[in-house]
Design a protein around this ligand. Sequence first.
Ligand SMILES: O=C[C@H](O)[C@H](O)COP(=O)(O)O
Ligand SMILES: C=C(OP(=O)(O)O)C(=O)O
Length: 353
Amino acid sequence: MHKLENLHVTEVRPLITPKELKAELPRTEKADRTVFESRQIIEDILTKKDDRLLVITGPCSIHDVDQAVEYATRLKALKDKLEDKLFIVMRVYVDKPRTTVGWRGFIHDPEMKYQSDFNLGLRKTREVMLKINELGVPVATELLDPFVPQYIADLLVWGAIGARTTESQTHRTMASGVSIPVGFKNSTDGNVKVAVDAIIAAQNRHTFLGIDENGQAAMIGTEGNPYGHVILRGGRNGPNYSAQHVQEAARELREAGLNPAIVVDCSHANSNKDFRKQSIAWNEVVTQRLAGDHDLVGVMLESHLNEGAQKIPEDLSQLRYGVSVTDACVSWEVTEQLLQQAHDALSQSVVSR
Ligand SMILES: O=C[C@H](O)[C@H](O)COP(=O)(O)O
Ligand SMILES: C=C(OP(=O)(O)O)C(=O)O
């Protein structure tokens, strides 16, 4: 007989189960309260019962627990100060989709050795998400690997399906079962229709293949997620955050019988991957809100302690503190300025719904 299976597989290692990980790092009362209360607020923002602007800000990817906690600590002070106009959530992205290859994120390779170690990555991810929640800062992340929600969903308030996976059946069915609102990005070529289709797919009942809390392969039945929404992130032909783009996306959602709720991602193709241009998109979002566009419910910013990005050096002691190792981010100072300015402008607004 020929060898016909596992021809390209180099190893199969056992993975910690969701139940084991949660027993090691249980959700605390404080974290529980952060998650529970924040989810309710985000649902109210999406359904326009709460008029605040949802702000999802944080690193393109986290790569260090202490630096992520330092960012969260600073964010908490700002969150409390601006909470009458902005509802602030931290981007804690740990699972990175790559265009071709590259470091795949903290959950895969937390020590940046280019050797996947999900057991360590899941532990460290849960540890950092717990710490951030305990500070009173709610956590948002991209849902990429369909097993991952079983390990961390109880610490999340919002999820994104990325531009490279919005059209994927696996991701749409996973989104139909998660307990959080999910934003679907337009595709990398700028197509918004795929995100609208994804919301419809995820609103429905599905059965997909996943794991249960004991790590056993399982058929997971879902009832559908009512809180899908669109994230505009720009595309091959440029940005799509203008009033015309936002209104067009809202029209597509209405025509499909969906709630017109839109988040603008200031980064990626909306900044042409130039972190300095994120402020242009940010200011445009604020202008549209001031003009009375309440279908535009949220905004996302890629921001870190320090600006720019760095390649992961072979000698990790050469890493610059608080600088992104994936897409370039705005600095903490710029973040503070943009959030404060948005807050002040929205406070002076006389336009009501
Ligand atoms: O947000 C991160 C990146 O834009 C995305 O993961 C793709 O990254 P890459 O093109 O550098 O692989
Ligand atoms: C990968 C990301 O975005 P996109 O899917 O829009 O490229 C991201 O937000 O980190």
